[in-house]
Design a protein around this ligand. Sequence first.
Ligand SMILES: [Zn+2]
Length: 115
Amino acid sequence: MPVTPDDAELMDVQQGGRCFFCDGPVGAKATFDHLIPQAYGGIDDPANVVLAHRRCNQRKGDRLPTDEELDRFFALRRSSRLGVWPPLRALRGGDEGAGEEERWMTVAQAVARER
Ligand SMILES: [Zn+2]
């Protein structure tokens, strides 16, 4: 389900009006960044989306979120109706020190299970 204006408002409150990546104030100019990129099956839903500056969103590009970013995202979503998309949990639950290729494989398998 796409991000509704209500969802975006709640996300803004959770993030304290700050960009997920650089922690700078972002407010109404925020863009939706998909933690698992849409090009790789990431859903367009608040459970996979954070608010970010356009430039931070673009700089991130198509990489996967780091463990630190995943931990921060899970903390933001704790006891929130916005939820966490299961493939993000699968990614965090992968082997510590897994290489990028391995992490992409984990994501691909978890995304496939969601279909
Ligand atoms: Zn930023």
